[in-house]
Write a protein that binds this ligand. Sequence first.
Ligand SMILES: NC(=O)c1ccc[n+]([C@@H]2O[C@H](COP(=O)([O-])OP(=O)(O)OC[C@H]3O[C@@H](n4cnc5c(N)ncnc54)[C@H](O)[C@@H]3O)[C@@H](O)[C@H]2O)c1
Length: 360
Amino acid sequence: MHIIRSQTNNSSYPVYIGTDFIDSGLLQTLLPMPRIVLVTDQTVADIYLQTICETLTGFSLNLIILPPGEVNKNWEAVTKIIDVLVAFKHDRFSTLVSLGGGVIGDVTGFAASIFMRGINWLQLPTTLMAQVDAAVGGKTGCNYFGIKNLIGTFYQPQNVVIEIAFLRTLPDREYLSGLAEVVKYGMACDGEFFIWLEKHIYDLINRDPNILELAIHRCCQIKLELVQQDENDHGQRRVLNFGHTFAHALESATEFASILHGEAVAIGMLLATRLAVKLGLVERELLIRLYNLLNCIGLPLALPSEISSVGALYNFMMRDKKKQAAQLSLMLPCALGKIKVIQGLDLKCLEDLIQDYAST
Ligand SMILES: NC(=O)c1ccc[n+]([C@@H]2O[C@H](COP(=O)([O-])OP(=O)(O)OC[C@H]3O[C@@H](n4cnc5c(N)ncnc54)[C@H](O)[C@@H]3O)[C@@H](O)[C@H]2O)c1
């Protein structure tokens, strides 16, 4: 078991990483107040709700079960949570518990941050994506008007409990999508970790719990260090957005239906690294190593067939939150484990990049 602590100017909370937390009674000790609203999705509810509810006997519990998937990461989901909080007269002493992947975590955290200007929130992430990334760091929100994460807040939970055993039931496609985000930490922040991933990739693909715990621990550690320096994503934390401007555009352009977040991140990282090679920031060898690792994981690396025009993708990129004064800011690798922010690339350069990628 590992326990690490998130520390920001306004908050400090523990992140528990390990197995057997659910049976151990940990959750009860982390919930000081008796009133809870548990938010999950239908798929997760079918597998885990009974067990979780049994561990929470003695608490006053309201349940919210949302439809699963990115297409449901919307304002409607947020208002459903708020409506229950209002209908059952919850107050600042109530706790929202998110049991699920990044979608459930992001919408629940958003609701927790805006209800009565902020109530308690405990994260119980059940996907690899959420365990290595979404559940820590405090970015909350939902998609709006067809644009990825257009509205949201920075709001930290009080506790994060990462139960690795949840990953046993995760479908392969979802699991592998989470591995893309693991690779991101190596490429963007820690070259040694990237080399470790190259060595242990088959153990990770096979969900070896010991190797998984080490990987999750390292990802959370990297993220929390960056969040401590730059909670609101104006400086150092932005390196974690490596590949994400392309990824968010891909998800928006395909209406959140055909490509998973991690799959989009994998393509986004390849596009960003190709661009870095084109601009002379890194050697081609790094692009080949990244491609080999993502390919070995089994991620689909071709552009989705629905992307009919490069222009559509570019338009979504131009709506990215990281844009400054009408210029895109792209996080590009300048060495293994190192990222440089590049601004002011012209439309032609990006169109050529995407066009080349689509045709190879
Ligand atoms: N807040 C952040 O910092 C941050 C970081 C990374 C990603 N995200 C967001 O996270 C979202 C993606 O998260 P995700 O990949 O977890 O997707 P998800 O939440 O849609 O979950 C994936 C699918 O797996 C199912 N599932 C979840 N846990 C399961 C389990 N243990 N067993 C079986 N099925 C299970 C869910 O029902 C869902 O259908 C995106 O919206 C992304 O933007 C947020």
